[in-house]
Design a protein around this ligand. Structure first.
Ligand SMILES: [Zn+2]
Length: 132
């Protein structure tokens, strides 16, 4: 019997989880880490609070130019013409302030993208997570 792996089944006998011996896991973890974080990223969902703050920002929008909803990731080149209606939901709005700051999370590569709105121009910044 292989004691490194233990299958956890549901009441119909279908495998739901696999338990891995700690010694084995320690060897496996660095190998499967990219998969684990990719899964986490795909499960990220747009949160309501920044969306509500975004709506407030739109209501009080008094900059000298219209708001443009396109977002582009300078790191992985993912882009959308309108993050609000992107079927692939490439970008999540993680923060919005009345002062004119929007923060997006790129689901493809994890880059944080900041759109800073000033009276007559927009400033784009980004921070890409360090590769391990
Ligand atoms: Zn990206």
């Amino acid at each position: 019997m292989n004691t490194n792996l233990l299958y956890v089944v549901d009441d119909k006998g279908a495998i739901q989880y696999v338990q891995i011996a700690k010694d084995l896991w320690e060897k496996m973890e660095p190998l499967v880490k990219p998969l684990l974080s990719a899964k986490d990223a795909s499960e990220l969902k747009q949160q309501e609070r920044p969306l509500a703050d975004f709506k407030t920002l739109m209501e009080y929008w008094d900059f000298s130019y219209p708001y443009t909803p396109n977002v582009e990731c300078p790191c992985c080149q993912a882009k959308t013409d309108d993050w609000r209606n992107d079927p692939k939901e490439r970008f999540l709005l993680t923060n919005a302030t009345l002062g004119g700051l929007l923060v997006f999370h790129c689901k493809t590569c994890g880059t944080t993208i900041r759109h800073k709105y000033f009276k007559d121009h927009v400033c784009y910044e980004h921070t890409t997570p360090k590769k391990r």
